[in-house]
Design a protein around this ligand. Structure first.
Ligand code: HEM
Ligand code: HEM
Length: 220
């Protein structure tokens, strides 16, 4: 009898066909050695659901910042009008995706890739925490302003929040104070995040990107 590596879990694998090396191995269910990507996260990589949320949010954020960046640079043009016209519906979808993402992150918090104990590990954890905090506050502050405002909020063509008469001042004030400013801070945090992924890939070559994209390079 002999131990050999087996891809799969929860199975007892028996090899009786070989006269020289017959073996029997049971791989525990909780050991995720399976080569297919699971929905849930594991200690080695982020699962399908986290990836779906991470990349769809990244693409929609890029859309939001492209539109608002163009508005800043070009002023009112038809192209800018196109982007700005989509800002509230895309922002509202982003809000819903971010709520699901936060819940999913909490559910998976004990089954995620570890960032280690040293300086860079703590920096990564704090950086991700900051991304989460600002990522939540940016759409929430805009929705608060929309809820308290004197105009109907109908991002998808039907009324989501009615017009407030008179407007709820504190909600509008919070939205005015936080939304735009924190959105640019979020862009700076995202830029820092992407630069650090570049450092992981280009200098440390530790397979960090593969935990969020791709399979093989995560060691599986
Ligand atoms: C995560 C999602 C969102 C991102 C990344 C985002 C980003 C931005 C950015 C960068 C600006 C430009 C700020 C400036 O010109 O200084 C802006 C403005 C604006 N956003 Fe959003 N936004 C998001 C969600 C929303 C939502 C959900 C709404 C609607 C409820 C909304 C409504 C507005 C409005 C009305 C403005 C123009 C007034 C202002 O500057 O505050 N945004 N947003
Ligand atoms: C091109 C853009 C992006 C790239 C290449 C990228 C890449 C990555 C990679 C490789 C990881 C895994 C890091 C690790 O395990 O240490 C990660 C995690 C993460 N990323 Fe990004 N990312 C991008 C955009 C964004 C954006 C736009 C946001 C948020 C607004 C974001 C938020 C996060 C967060 C919070 C994590 C921690 C894992 C989680 O809870 O989802 N990323 N990213």
């Amino acid at each position: 009898m002999r131990d050999l590596p087996v891809w799969g879990h929860g199975h007892t694998v028996t090899n009786k066909s070989s006269q020289l090396y017959p073996f029997q191995v049971t791989v525990p269910k909780e050991t995720n050695l399976c080569n297919s990507l699971t929905w849930r996260d594991t200690a080695l990589r982020y699962g399908r659901m986290t990836r779906l949320l991470h990349w769809s949010i990244a693409v929609l954020m890029l859309w939001q910042f492209t539109g608002m960046g163009l508005r800043l640079v070009l002023g009112r043009t038809p192209l800018v009008g196109f982007f700005v016209g989509w800002h509230q519906p895309v922002g509202t979808v982003l809000f819903l995706l971010i709520v699901i993402r936060v819940i999913w992150a909490l559910v998976n918090r004990r089954h995620r890739p570890d960032h280690g104990a040293g300086f860079w590990g703590i920096a990564a954890r704090l950086g991700h925490l900051a991304l989460y905090l600002v990522m939540v506050i940016v759409p929430v502050s805009a929705l608060l302003r929309a809820y308290g405002g004197e105009r109907v909020f109908a991002p998808f063509g039907f009324e989501v929040f009615p017009a407030q008469q008179p407007p709820i001042d504190w909600m509008v004030t919070i939205g005015e104070a936080l939304h735009g400013e924190l959105a640019w801070l979020l862009l700076a945090l995202i830029a820092g995040h992407v630069i650090m992924v570049g450092v992981h890939e280009g200098m440390w070559r530790d397979g960090t990107l593969a935990r969020m994209a791709g399979r093989r390079r995560a060691g599986l």
